[in-house]
Design a protein. Structure first.
Length: 272
């Protein structure tokens, strides 16, 4: 059906890329850790220094902006480095459009529906707050509810709850998929598929993606959809031979995850 059979699921381009010479595992770990977490580790070390804590409290916004600019620079530089150094095993050659892309859409559809439903539930919760605030007999305390909901959602984010922090985290959320897919669905999938075979490499890549996100999001049930999302991203590359569908899918999911949070932020800032 659609010109593809179970025996030929891995795209020939992906097979060729995964069989080529790959970076060492230690190199991959550095490429993952350095742009996304090195600055956070530095901050955790500095936070134990009383003089830094005092400086941070007096210039919180300035520190967040410097941290954000440095992190974007590191991610962009690492993205260029990986694409240049390892483009031959992740980005080239670019496969032509084929029936495999139809399969990719069908593979992505259940994940898309799941996150669309979650986003819709979030929108409904926000709209209930709006409807209460528009009632003639509403209490001014509704704005305290907006503030509580906003701080509960955005307070868990690394850049704080002010407008600057929201913009910084939003930017990284939309930039992150480009680098993460290059590192995970690109290099990690290559390395593990070459060492363990494509089926095992496919699953192990998703496991690595999930476990390493504990650093940013902690341990909990939210890791389950992360695992299945990573499975889909990896499978999209295996089927199509291209990282482009994986990046697009990852960006779409991040957008759906963030959309209710953005709506809540808009409600909060417009009712202050």
């Amino acid at each position: 059906m659609f010109g593809i059979s179970a025996a030929s699921i891995p795209h020939p381009i992906f097979v060729k890329q995964s069989e080529a010479v790959q970076p060492r595992l230690l190199t991959w770990l550095v490429l993952f850790f350095f742009p996304g977490h090195a600055l956070t580790l530095v901050t955790y070390c500095l936070i134990r220094w009383p003089a830094f804590v005092e400086l941070f409290q007096d210039h919180r916004d300035a520190y967040y902006l410097i941290f954000f600019a440095a992190q974007v620079t590191l991610i962009t530089a690492s993205l260029i480095f990986v694409a240049t150094r390892y483009g031959a095993v992740t980005l080239k050659p670019r496969p032509a459009w084929s029936a495999r892309h139809v399969w990719a859409l069908l593979i992505f559809l259940p994940l898309l529906i799941f996150y669309m439903r979650a986003a819709w539930i979030g929108f409904q919760g926000n709209m209930r707050l709006v409807s209460i605030s528009q009632r003639a007999d509403y209490s001014p305390e509704i704005f305290d509810v907006f503030e509580f909901a906003y701080n509960r959602v955005w307070g868990a984010m690394p850049y704080g709850t002010d407008l600057t922090g929201m913009v910084c985290f939003t930017t990284l959320t939309l930039l992150g998929p480009f680098y993460e897919e290059l590192v995970f669905s690109g290099l990690a999938l290559n390395i593990l598929s070459k060492r363990c075979g494509i089926p095992a490499g496919f699953v192990l890549t998703a496991v690595c993606f999930t476990l390493l996100h504990i650093i940013s999001f902690g341990f909990g049930l939210h890791l389950v959809p992360l695992f299945f999302s990573s499975l889909v991203y990896g499978l999209l590359r295996i089927v199509t031979g291209s990282l482009f569908p994986s990046v697009v899918a990852h960006c779409a999911i991040n957008f759906l995850v963030m959309a209710p949070k953005w709506m809540l932020a808009i409600l909060y800032f417009t009712t202050r």
